[in-house]
Structures are given as structure tokens and as C-alpha cells.
Design a protein around this ligand. Structure first.
Ligand code: SAM
Length: 309
């Protein structure tokens, strides 16, 4: 049954805890206790509905007031940060490494490239980028600015680079920030903007893409690697069984947090299709070529590319 989402004020006043806040640490952070009643909403319920001036969005399959999403997402990644890399390897049997390698080969950075790696987390993209330019061009002048909203994920990223040649060469710097608002970055600053498995966690993906456009130099390139829609029915069924049943269980066993991995799986299903995301990219001013995207592994993931021309 679909129930009307409770207004945030009512939630606070009645000390009710909707089901999206059942994650205990999130509940504590938001100052909400005691699960007396929960509401559920269908995956099909429209997000961004406006009721009494409160905007709603999705958090996995839950419909929540927009203002809560950033905090809930932060909490997910704070919970999993220390196990994030090992979970990626286990969940994907290492395939995420092949996708990321391909992503960097497709970028084919030249010496002196300025990269903004948004939602860069533990640094998988940043490290591959710097490795590539060093290996391919013996380049030590390319630089990455790795930005993430989550301090714990950034800490894991810093640990990876501390003591490395890239750190001592000043080729990597870290920043705390929200992809939706990059006021701390001047327009026309970067040659390439990457966001890998980050954009689906943002509340307003159109704002993220608009900010990417603003901070890229003319001629700059936007590249997004994200989970997407599987294009083969048989694979889609297998993938659904695996992701809804096995991934949360692996999250529980390895990261001691099945709920966060349940959210991550659900958030994939809420992300726009390849075509719809390509339209968002074009609507933000980017030029795309062909479809604007490349499917990886039957569309389990896709790379979207746009140019600021
Ligand atoms: C699944 S991880 C991906 C990390 C890394 N890019 C990779 O490919 O392994 C998603 C990252 O997005 C970050 N994130 C979520 N919402 C964000 C936002 N609004 N702005 C910046 N980073 C965000 C999270 O903190 C997390 O580190």
C-alpha cells in the first residue's frame, strides 16, 4: 500500500521514525529515535513530488524529503569507507578494475592534464589517471584535484597516496565538497572532469552536470562512469537476483552493514537510463557524439562523455 510521505516537521514533532531512517546511526545523527511507525513508498512513486512546499527525492527505494538525502548518503559512505575497496573487488569479482582501466584509456590524458575527480572517494580513478600519464608519457606534470563530500572516504584516499611519488610531486590534492555546488572552484579551470559511481548518490544530478560544465575549460571533457540499465533480459534477471540477494549479504558479512549495500543496489535502479542521462548531459550544454555513451558488461555500467565546445 502506498502511504503519503510524512512531512518532516510532523516526523520531528511526533518523534516518528520513517523507515528510511531505520539505520540506527543515521537516526542518531538526525536526532530521531524510537521506531513507532514507518511509512513505505513504492519504487514507482514519483520522486521530487512537492507537498506543502517540501520537495521529495529518492534514497534507494524510499521517498524522502530532499533535505535528508545528503546526510543519509554521507552516512552510508562513512559506514563503509574502510571496507569500500575490498567490497568493490568482492562484489564485482574485480570487474570494476577493468571498467576503470578502460575509462582511463578512453580518456587518454596527455601530459599536463588538469583533472577534477569528483566523488573521488578512495582514489581509484585518480591513481589510474596518474599511473597512465606516467607510464605512457613519463609525465609528472599532470595533476588531480580529488573532491568528495565524505571526510572518511577522503581519509582512505589520502592513505593510498601518502608517501607516493604523486604526493611528493604535488600531483594530487584533496578537497571536501559537494558536486552540486563547486563555488570554491573558478570557472574554466579543468581539462577533464570525472565522476565514477558517484553521481547517482547526488540529490540533483542536473546541478552536478551543470557545475561540471562551469568548471571545465572550453574544449574540456566530462566523463561519467556509473551503473546503468542492463540491455539483455536474461542477464538483467541474473543481475537482479545477484544484486538484491547477494550484495546486501556480502555487505553484512564484510562491511558489517547490509543496509548500506541495500541502498547502493537500490540507488542503481533509480538512476536514469543511458538515454535519459545523455539528455541531461546535453541539456547542460555539453556536446555528445553518437549516443553519448558506451555500455560496459551489457549495460551494467556505462561511460557517458560530453565536451564543452
Ligand atoms: C561509490 S563511491 C565512488 C568512489 C570512487 N569514485 C570510485 O570509483 O571508487 C561514491 C562516492 O561519492 C561520494 N559522494 C556522494 N555524494 C556526493 C556529493 N554530493 N558530492 C561529492 N561526492 C559525493 C561519496 O562520499 C563516495 O565517496
Amino acid at each position: 500500500m502506498l502511504l503519503t510521505p510524512i512531512k518532516p516537521k510532523a516526523v520531528l514533532a511526533l518523534n516518528l521514525t520513517p523507515s528510511f531512517l531505520k539505520y540506527t546511526s543515521v537516526t542518531a545523527r538526525l536526532g530521531l529515535n524510537n521506531t513507532k511507525r514507518s511509512y513505505t513508498t513504492s519504487e514507482n512513486q514519483r520522486s521530487n513530488t512537492q507537498q506543502d512546499n517540501v520537495k521529495y527525492t529518492h534514497f534507494g527505494f524510499q521517498n524522502i524529503p530532499e533535505t535528508y538525502k545528503e546526510k543519509l548518503v554521507k552516512n552510508v559512505f562513512s559506514n563503509v569507507a574502510s571496507k569500500y575497496d575490498v567490497m568493490n573487488d568482492v562484489m564485482s569479482a574485480g570487474i570494476h578494475r577493468l571498467w576503470k582501466d578502460h575509462f582511463i584509456r578512453k580518456m587518454a590524458p596527455v601530459p599536463g592534464t588538469r583533472l577534477l575527480d569528483m566523488a573521488g572517494g578512495t582514489g581509484d580513478i585518480a591513481e589510474r589517471f596518474l599511473d597512465y600519464t606516467k607510464r605512457k608519457h613519463n609525465d609528472t606534470t599532470s595533476k588531480v584535484h580529488l573532491v568528495d563530500i565524505n571526510p572518511e572516504m577522503l581519509e582512505e584516499g589520502k592513505k593510498r597516496f601518502m608517501g607516493s611519488q604523486f604526493y611528493s610531486n604535488d600531483q594530487i590534492k584533496f578537497g571536501l565538497g559537494n558536486a552540486e555546488n563547486l563555488d570554491f572552484i573558478e570557472p574554466n579551470t579543468y581539462d577533464v572532469y570525472t565522476i565514477a559511481f558517484g553521481i547517482r548518490n547526488c540529490t540533483h544530478i542536473d546541478a552536478v552536470v551543470r557545475e561540471a560544465y562551469r568548471v571545465l575549460k572550453p574544449g574540456g571533457c566530462f566523463m561519467c562512469l556509473e551503473f546503468s540499465k542492463v540491455d539483455t533480459p536474461f542477464i538483467s534477471e541474473l543481475y537482479n537476483v545477484f544484486s538484491f540477494n547477494i550484495i546486501p549479504e556480502l555487505g553484512r558479512l564484510i562491511a558489517n552493514d547490509g543496509d548500506s549495500y541495500k541502498y547502493l543496489v537500490e540507488s542503481i535502479r533509480k538512476f536514469p537510463s543511458q538515454e535519459d542521462f545523455a539528455s541531461i548531459i546535453r541539456d547542460s550544454g555539453f556536446t555528445t557524439f553518437g549516443s553519448g555513451y558506451e555500455n560496459l558488461s551489457f549495460g551494467i555500467a556505462a561511460i557517458h562523455t560530453g565536451y564543452k565546445l
